[in-house]
Design a protein around this ligand. Sequence first.
Ligand code: GDP
Ligand code: GDP
Length: 438
Amino acid sequence: MAKPIVAIVGRPNVGKSTLFNRIAGSRIAIVEDKPGVTRDRIYKDAVWLDKEFTLVDTGGIEFRDDKGSMSDLILQQARLAIEEAEVILFVVDARSGLTATDEEVARMLRNTKKPVILVANKVEDFTGNMDVYDFYRLGLGDPIMVSASHGLNVGDLLDEVVKHLPEYAAEEYGDDVIKIAVIGRPNVGKSSIVNALLGEERVIVSDVAGTTRDAIDTYFERGGQRYLLIDTAGMRKKGKIDEPTERYSVLRSLKAVDRSDVVLMIIDAQEVVTEQDKKIAGYAHEAGKAMVLVVNKWDLIKKDDKTTLRYTEEIRQELGFVQYAPVIFVSALTWQRVPRILDLVNYVAEQHAMRVSTSNLNDLVQEAVRLNPPPSDKGRRLKILYITQAGVKPPTFIIFVNDPELMHFSYQRYLENQLRATFGFEGTPIRMVIKKRK
Ligand code: GDP
Ligand code: GDP
């Protein structure tokens, strides 16, 4: 289910990222020690009073046309927040007082119907010595005074935030429907691929109005399997969303990823993998989604017998943390291999939901330990007592050990590789939770 987005906007240095880190809890801590998985996440899930939301620090978002002035940049962030967020936190700095940029942003935020909460940060002294009266001039109501760095009054702020969160109806798609998010930068061919997939003769299509604002999902069937293409607004037929919306499609993509089982990451064969691609792929990985890497516009590439291999290697290099994702080379224009995309979706969806019996798992781990015993650390050796699969989508394993501190990343990676070598789990991330057995 998609969570509502709460966006933090404001000038640099007012304390946005401090506030972000103060509020945001983290996902289940599955730490990946690999470059490429973004550590400085600008999106985090948070919970307050049982209400879940996704917090976004707009200060950390890169825009494609980052050449404008600082105030242009902040206004772009504010526009993004207005378009994508359900609640906007506008942070100002109570120490430095009101600035012209604050007023400019406020002017823009006053014109939205979305709830805007004015946050006066860096207030450590609540005896009334701090002059926050100026901030009323912004016309955004009472500022909530907080100190992000000291955690003062942040609870009151969150009370206010959750008051404004919308109630979402639970989505009613059964487990037998494969939910697909199609992501990729503008012009890589998302619309063309979606239309090609839906244009196949065997495919029966119907639209469903999405639960989130503006989202149009497409529901279809092929060969008895049911699918939901998430948020295809702007992708179907005519194909284009208007330019400004398209420019801010990152958040939209992330929301689609959250709701999906399988992510189709579209890459233009003529272009290189960008930082933005890596961020989105990293997000999908951390969110535990299955993934297929679709290299599109294959018709435009001059090929010899090494071309596919070379492309695959380059993508593997750039997107190292999704080694498990199969790569397919297609052309939406000529339909080359387009029907294969859904075959791969079926396959990775199955792997994503696969369960392995506890006895098979323990046999495998015993054998793995026999072949390659864990190294000892300061005279102590890791003992693996028991492994069991606690969940699917993504496959999640609990490994009981004598002392979790002794489980090193490289050994965990070794176990993951053994699991993959034996059972497959192609196209899906795997989670391992290491627990001390009492
Ligand atoms: P951003 O650029 O808006 O994300 O701002 P940062 O979160 O990076 O904070 C900018 C500076 O303000 C840092 O030096 C923080 O330590 C400081 N800061 C943030 N919140 C507070 C606060 O509540 N009180 C004080 N005194 N300083 C703060
Ligand atoms: P989107 O912005 O990701 O939805 O991309 P579109 O589907 O709108 O495609 C962008 C442009 O690339 C359009 O001009 C398409 O005609 C073109 N295009 C899409 N797929 C292919 C392909 O497989 N081969 C070629 N040659 N052009 C393609």
